[in-house]
Write a protein that binds this ligand. Structure first.
Ligand code: PMP
Length: 423
């Protein structure tokens, strides 16, 4: 199939982020915690569409809601009841959500948040952090510290999108700082005093490892933003509805001014949301800041989001408990298997999203720590696992779904032991 694909799809794959995966997986179908490839092989899936399928693949309630809505109309470009129900659900689940606007994908929600921040504050610059990914639109794609930037290289520690073709102007208003370092942030914010519209971050970093903020860091960032009149944006496209019902902001107890959601929000369909404080969101409501999109609050995606969020909200204790317990069991099992094999492996993150790093280090606190990680070994581990029916994000990220069972975890750990032995 790869041969046929290369004749009609550039590179034979649909996204450059797949570049590091070796032989691409061509999926035939998926259900629950598994997917099946076109050759009939099955895989326990810890990629989950890069996060969306938090309830597992094809949860019946979501499939039913999608089918039902598809028969009632797929594109309205008019208001409808479902979008209000989803917005109500977001406002009750997410601490920072007082008002909502919908888009289709995470990159768009981020674009809307940055535009709103600039429009609302009247300031030109945005500050982001090394290694944090906020989608592939120009203004935030300059992702990394220049010294670490290996854009376009298959050897890049994270799938850094190539930047060739971006307008140079995009870089001009972007300030990039080391994460988890309050002194660095303080100094940089002082340097750009009065010019920073927003500070944007992944509140739990999931796109370069899976890294929690250091104790007190988010509180410190919140205080600095207040001091400077700069809006704090949490990009929860990957953490939202995954690490807790109200995202990382609920888990960690720090509330941003604006937040973006996507991925897990619609259980596998494409819907994203920009949420935030009413006083800021009113600038969008007034029409002074533009917000557009043919597929915004798409009825079928909203039906999927409504079904997904209803389940996650109403069964929150059971479902988030299961994600955490199964994830922690898997993390502990990985550590045990690596120790038994005599291979240094650091396993870190939260149950619902964690990372395995081949390193002697005992912690990874930011993107610069990637220098000491054996990425070649990680790539081989990924391939060995895939050969044994376990699918993880190639760089070593594991995402759990509520469909994963204890038996799945045990089956995965048997594959892990065999894969480590093969290394
Ligand atoms: N922000 C974060 C934190 C993400 O993880 C992603 C996707 N990996 C995006 C934004 C972009 O979302 P999308 O790919 O849906 O445009």
């Amino acid at each position: 199939l790869f041969g046929s694909a290369r004749k009609v799809i550039a590179g034979g794959v649909s996204s450059d982020a797949r570049r590091s995966a070796g032989t691409p997986l061509y999926v035939d179908h998926a259900a629950g915690s598994r997917l099946w490839d076109v050759d009939g092989n099955s895989y326990l899936d810890y990629v989950l569409g890069q996060g969306p399928s938090v309830l597992g693949h094809c949860p019946p309630e979501v499939v039913g809601a999608v089918a039902d809505q598809a028969g009632r109309g797929m594109s309205y470009a008019a208001q409808h009841r479902l979008e209000i129900e989803v917005a109500e659900r977001l406002c009750s689940m997410v601490p920072s959500a007082e008002l909502v606007r919908f888009n289709s994908v995470g990159s768009e929600a981020v674009h809307g948040a940055l535009r709103l921040a600039r429009g609302h504050t009247g300031r030109p610059k945005v500050l982001k952090f090394e290694g944090h990914y906020h989608g592939w639109f120009d203004p935030v794609l300059y992702s990394l510290h220049p010294a670490l930037d290996q854009a376009g290289s298959a050897d890049a520690p994270v799938p850094v999108p190539g930047t060739l073709g971006q307008p140079p102007s995009a870089e001009g208003d972007l300030v990039v700082v080391r994460w988890n370092d309050l002194d660095a942030l303080k100094a940089t914010m002082a340097e750009h005093r009065g010019e920073l519209a927003a500070v944007i971050m992944e509140p739990i970093l999931c796109n370069s490892g899976a890294i929690l903020p250091s104790p007190g860091y988010l509180e410190g960032v919140r205080d600095l933003c207040d001091e400077h009149g700069t809006l704090l944006i949490f990009d929860e496209v990957i953490t939202g509805f995954r690490v807790a019902p109200g995202g990382a902001q609920e888990l960690l107890g720090v509330t941003p001014d604006l937040a973006t959601f996507g991925k897990a929000m619609a259980g596998g369909m494409q819907a994203s949301a920009l949420v935030g404080r009413a006083a800021v969101m009113e600038t969008i409501a007034s029409g002074k800041v533009g917000h557009a999109g043919t597929f915004n609050s798409h009825p079928v995606a909203m039906a999927a989001a409504n079904a997904t969020l209803t389940i996650l909200d109403e069964q929150r204790d059971a479902l988030y408990g299961r994600l955490e317990t199964n994830g922690r069991r898997l993390m502990a099992g990985l550590r045990e298997a690596a120790a038994a094999a005599g291979i240094p492996l650091l396993v870190d993150g939260v149950g619902a999203a964690f990372q395995t790093y081949f390193t002697e280090a005992t912690e990874v606190r930011d993107y610069r720590d990637f220098a000491g990680i054996d990425r070649a070994l990680a790539a081989r581990f990924h391939a060995e696992l895939q050969d044994r029916g376990v699918n993880i994000v190639p760089r070593g990220l594991w995402l759990l779904s509520t469909a994963h069972t204890e038996d799945d975890i045990e089956e995965t750990l048997r594959a892990v032991t065999a894969a480590l032995a093969a290394l």
